[in-house]
Design a protein around this ligand. Structure first.
Ligand SMILES: [Zn+2]
Length: 145
């Protein structure tokens, strides 16, 4: 925390995750890209990221998605931890690359079969939603390659 106490940061909200039972981490996406994998878990996480982007009209996307299997006496669950977001204004927290991050997410996303089964919006629709919001806020949308 850069040598600051919690009180001096002004932070009022915290998320706490359960103690992980393993150090094995599966990474699905990085800050500005995503892993292309076709297994069921990767496809599910990939569809979650697409669904969240659609939910936010592509003005916010999740990135740096990673997680671990957590085994307890009752069940085995997969827990995502330490995600980051990109947002239109680039003010969602550390690693937020603003419109460049949104564009990178949309460009790198490869729809899984889950995206298709859920009939999620096309990447072109996500791009036009994000671009319209950015331009409505007076921000330039980066040119596509
Ligand atoms: Zn998708």
């Amino acid at each position: 925390m850069d040598g600051k106490s919690i009180q001096s940061t002004g932070a009022r909200h915290f998320l706490v995750e359960p103690l992980r039972s393993t150090t094995a981490v599966i990474k699905f996406s990085g800050t500005l890209g995503s892993r292309v994998a076709t297994d069921g878990l990767s496809g599910t996480i990939n569809a979650f990221a697409h669904y969240a982007a659609q939910w936010f009209a592509a003005s916010r996307v999740f990135c740096d998605l990673q997680g671990s299997f957590h085994k307890s006496a009752i069940e085995t669950a997969f827990i995502l931890f330490d995600p980051m977001t990109h947002s239109i204004n680039g003010d969602s927290g550390p690693g937020d690359h603003g419109v460049d991050g949104l564009q990178a997410f949309i460009k790198a996303h490869k729809c899984s079969q889950h995206c298709k089964r859920l009939a999620l919006e096309s990447k072109a629709r996500l791009r036009s939603s994000a671009k319209a919001t950015a331009e409505g806020d007076g921000l330039d949308w980066p040119e596509d390659d």
